[in-house]
Design a protein around this ligand. Structure first.
Ligand code: ATP
Length: 668
C-alpha cells in the first residue's frame, strides 16, 4: 500500500511556472521530441498514459465531449449497479455537506469509467460531466478516475497532468471501490475546478469516503446473498433484537404465521409464539435451544422449533435467531431411521382368548390417559406389540421410538437416550446427535428391558420424567420434551428393587398403569389363531400356497409349552412352512424341540386320529363313488383347516349339504 504522499500530485502546489513547463513537456513527449524519461516532475505512469492517449488519436489541444452511453443501456447499467449507487448515496450527501463551501464535483463511476452519478457541490464549469458519459483514457485521455481504474489505486491528478488542455486548471482525486473478492466495482472522484481548493486532504477524503462506500457496498452485497438464502429455505426465520422484538423475517414467516391484523415486524417473539418456556430459557441462559414441538398462539398451528439462538457480539447478546419448521416433524421423525415402524393396533393383535380380550380392553383404557405404563411378561409374549397398539390409540401422529435398554452397551445408553453435543466424547458424530427421548417428542418412548438400565441412568431418567426436560451429554442447556412413556420388562422389578438393582421411586413413577401379558401356554385358543395367522403370513412371504396343518402336527404344537412364547411360535411356523411337503405340514416338518417335548403327566389334550396322506387318498385304486366322495370331503376339510365354509367352497357344495354328508359318512 502506497503512502498518501506517494499518491499526491507533485503539481498540487499550483506552481504556474512548473505547470507551463509540464504542458510543454507533454506536447514534446507526444511529438516524440523528447524522451519520456526527461519529464522529471511527472510520475512515469502518467507520462505513459499521455502517450497511450495520443496513440488513441486524441489531441491535448482539442477537447471532444466524452461519448454518452445509449439511454437504454445506461438504464440497464444503473439497475446492475443499484447496490453501489445505494451504498454510495449517504456518503455522497455527507461529502456534499462537508464540501458545501467549495466548488467541486463528486462523481461515482463504474469500473469501465461510465459516470453513474455526479453531484455538484457549488458552481462548477461545463465540461459535460454528466451521468451516462464515458470518461476513460480512450475517450478523454489521461484523467484521474481513468488512471484509478487502470492502476486500481487512489490517485490525484493536477492541472497539466491531465491530457486535455480543458482540464489543465482542475485537480481531481480518485479512489477505487472493490467488492469483497477484490474486483473493482467503481470509483469515487472529487473534482475541483479551482486548483487552490484541492489539496492532499481532498485525496484523503476521497479515499476514506470510497472505503466507507466499499464497506457499505460489501454489506449490501452480503445482505443480498443472505436475503436469497433466507427465501430459499423451507424454514421460517425470525430475527429479533435483544428485547425479543422481531426486526426481520423471511417470506415463509409472513406466509405461515398470521397475527390477526398485526405485523410480525415489531411484535415480540413471545407474542407470536405464545409464552413458550424455551424462549425464556434462551434469554435467561444465553444458550441455544433446539428440537421442540409447540403450538402457535393464535392459529393453534403446530410448529417445530429447529433452533433458537442468541446472536452474541463481544459476549453481549444483541438479538435472537428463531428457526421454525411447519412440516410435521413428528411424522418425519417417525419415518426417520431412529423410529420403529408401528405395525400393531388393537385390531391387528391376534388373539381372542378371554385372557387376550381382557388384556386388550385394559390396555385400550390405559391408552387414553397419558400416564406411564409398565408392561410385564415373559420374553416374546407381545409386550412391544401392546406398546405399539397403545401408541397408535393415543398418539397416532407422533413418533414411536423403541429403545431396548439391554441391547445398547451400557456406556452408550446415556448418549442414545439423551443425545449428545458435537465432540462430546471420542467416536461421537461431529455435529452431535439428538437422543431418542428428544426424537420421541410428541409421541411415545418405549423403553424395553427397563430392568437392564444402569442405576445411575435410572436417576437421570427419573429427573427427566419429573422435569420433562433433557440435557445432551456434553451439553449445558435443557430441552423441554413431551412424550408418553411405556416401559417393558420380563424381570420382576420389585425383586430388583428389593436387591437395590432398581430404584424404588422410578419403579412407582413408571408403573402408574401395569399390564401383564400372559405366557402363550396360558392363552388357550390364541395358539390356534396365531398358528393360522403365521402360516398365512409365511406362505404368502414365500409365494407358495398355504400348506395344510396335519392334525398330528397340530396336536404337537398345541401340547408344547412355548417357553419362547409368540416369538418361538412364529419362528416354528416359519420353519414348518419352509419344510412342508406336498402342501402339508406334518410332525416331521416341526423343529426338534417340539417333537421331543414330553408333556407333564396329566396333560388333557386328546390324541389326534390317524389321518390318511393325500397320496393315499389319490392313489387308492378301487374306490366306490361314496368312498371317493368321503375322501374328497376329508381332503377338502384338511385343505381348509377344518373350516366348513372353506371346504364347501372347494367342493362346490352348500354348507348345509356338506354338513349332511359329513354326518352321513361319519367324518369326525
Ligand atoms: N398377539 C400377537 N399377534 C401377532 N403377532 C404377535 C403377537 N404377539 C407377539 N407377536 C409377534 O411375536 C414377536 C415377539 O413379540 P414382542 O417383541 O412384542 O414380544 P416382547 O414381549 O416384547 O418380547 P421381548 O421381551 O423379548 O422384548 C414379534 O415378532 C411380534 O410381532
Amino acid at each position: 500500500m502506497q503512502s498518501l504522499q506517494e499518491l499526491l500530485s507533485p503539481l498540487i502546489k499550483d506552481d504556474r511556472v512548473l505547470m507551463d513547463k509540464i504542458k510543454q513537456q507533454k506536447l514534446d513527449v507526444i511529438r516524440k521530441c523528447i524522451d519520456p524519461s526527461a519529464v522529471k516532475e511527472v510520475r512515469p505512469e502518467i507520462v505513459e498514459s499521455w502517450l497511450r492517449s495520443s496513440e488513441n488519436g486524441l489531441d491535448p489541444r482539442h477537447y471532444d465531449y466524452p461519448p454518452q452511453m445509449d439511454p437504454l443501456m445506461f438504464e440497464q447499467l444503473l439497475r446492475k449497479k443499484a447496490l453501489l449507487i445505494q451504498a454510495s448515496t449517504p456518503f455522497i450527501h455527507h461529502l456534499e455537506n462537508m464540501l458545501s463551501h467549495v466548488e467541486c464535483y463528486i462523481i461515482i463511476s463504474d469500473e469501465q469509467g461510465v459516470i453513474l452519478s455526479v453531484v455538484k457541490a457549488l458552481g462548477g464549469n461545463g465540461f459535460k460531466l454528466e451521468a451516462g458519459t464515458i470518461w476513460t483514457e480512450k475517450t478523454i485521455g489521461t484523467c484521474s478516475h481513468g488512471m484509478c481504474i487502470l492502476l486500481k489505486s487512489p490517485i490525484q491528478l493536477c492541472g497539466p497532468e491531465h491530457f486535455s488542455h480543458i482540464f489543465e486548471n482542475i485537480a481531481c482525486s480518485s479512489a477505487p471501490i472493490f467488492d469483497e473478492n477484490g474486483n473493482l466495482e467503481g470509483t469515487l472522484t472529487i473534482t475541483s475546478p479551482n486548483l487552490r481548493s484541492h489539496n492532499s486532504q481532498t485525496l484523503g477524503l476521497a479515499i476514506s469516503m470510497a472505503m466507507g462506500i466499499q464497506k457499505q457496498f460489501q454489506i449490501a452485497l452480503q445482505n443480498e446473498i443472505f436475503d436469497a438464502a433466507l427465501e430459499n429455505t423451507e424454514e421460517i426465520m425470525l430475527f429479533s433484537d435483544d428485547d425479543g422484538k422481531i426486526i426481520r423475517t423471511n417470506m415463509n414467516a409472513l406466509k405461515i404465521i398470521e397475527l390477526f391484523g398485526r405485523d410480525l415486524i415489531g411484535s415480540q417473539v413471545e407474542d407470536v409464539l405464545g409464552e413458550q418456556p424455551f424462549f425464556k430459557s434462551v434469554v435467561e441462559t444465553g444458550n441455544t435451544l433446539s428440537h421442540i414441538d409447540f403450538q402457535l398462539k393464535y392459529t393453534k398451528k403446530k410448529l417445530f422449533l429447529t433452533s433458537i439462538k442468541p446472536i452474541k457480539s463481544k459476549e453481549k447478546i444483541s438479538g435472537y435467531i428463531v428457526l421454525l419448521k411447519e412440516t410435521d416433524h413428528i411424522k418425519k421423525a417417525a419415518k426417520s431411521p431412529y423410529a420403529a415402524m408401528v405395525k400393531f393396533t388393537f385390531d391387528t393383535i391376534i388373539g381372542s382368548s378371554p385372557q387376550s380380550m381382557k388384556l386388550k380392553s385394559m390396555a385400550k383404557k390405559f391408552a387414553h390417559f397419558n400416564s406411564n405404563i409398565l408392561i410385564q411378561g415373559e420374553s416374546g409374549t407381545g409386550k412391544d406389540v401392546y406398546a405399539q397398539a397403545i401408541h397408535f390409540e393415543n398418539r397416532p401422529n407422533g413418533p414411536y421410538i423403541a429403545v431396548n435398554c439391554a441391547a445398547i452397551p451400557q456406556n452408550l445408553i446415556a448418549s442414545e437416550l439423551f443425545g449428545y453435543e458435537g465432540g462430546a466424547f471420542t467416536g461421537a458424530e461431529r455435529q452431535g446427535k439428538p437422543g431418542k427421548i428428544e426424537l420421541a417428542n410428541g409421541g411415545t418412548l418405549f423403553l424395553d428391558e427397563i430392568g437392564d438400565m444402569p442405576l445411575e441412568l435410572q436417576a437421570v431418567l427419573l429427573r427427566v420424567l419429573e422435569d420433562k426436560m433433557i440435557m445432551h451429554v456434553g451439553g449445558s442447556r435443557y430441552i423441554p420434551v413431551d412424550f408418553r412413556l411405556i416401559t417393558a420388562t420380563n424381570k420382576n422389578l420389585l425383586d430388583l428393587v428389593k436387591n437395590n438393582q432398581f430404584r424404588e421411586d422410578l419403579y412407582y413413577r413408571i408403573s402408574v398403569f401395569k399390564l401383564s401379558v400372559p405366557p402363550l401356554r396360558e392363552r388357550g385358543s390364541d395358539i390356534v389363531q396365531l398358528i393360522e395367522h403365521f402360516i398365512r403370513i409365511y406362505s404368502s412371504n414365500q409365494g407358495i400356497d398355504e400348506p395344510i396343518l396335519s392334525n398330528s402336527a397340530k396336536y404337537l404344537l398345541l401340547q408344547y409349552n412355548w417357553p419362547g412364547n409368540v416369538r418361538q411360535l412364529q419362528n416354528t411356523i416359519s420353519y414348518a412352512v419352509c419344510m412342508s411337503n406336498e402342501g402339508i405340514i406334518r410332525p416331521e416338518n416341526l423343529p426338534e424341540e417340539i417333537l421331543s417335548y414330553q408333556p407333564p403327566s396329566g396333560s388333557t389334550l386328546a390324541q389326534p386320529e390317524p389321518e390318511p396322506s393325500p397320496n393315499e387318498i389319490i392313489l387308492d385304486n378301487t374306490p366306490s363313488m361314496k368312498e371317493i366322495e368321503k375322501k374328497a370331503i376329508i381332503k377338502a376339510l384338511h385343505e381348509s383347516n377344518n373350516h366348513i365354509r372353506g371346504a364347501a367352497k372347494i367342493l362346490g357344495l352348500s354348507k348345509s349339504t356338506l354338513y349332511r354328508k359329513i354326518k352321513e359318512y361319519e367324518i369326525s
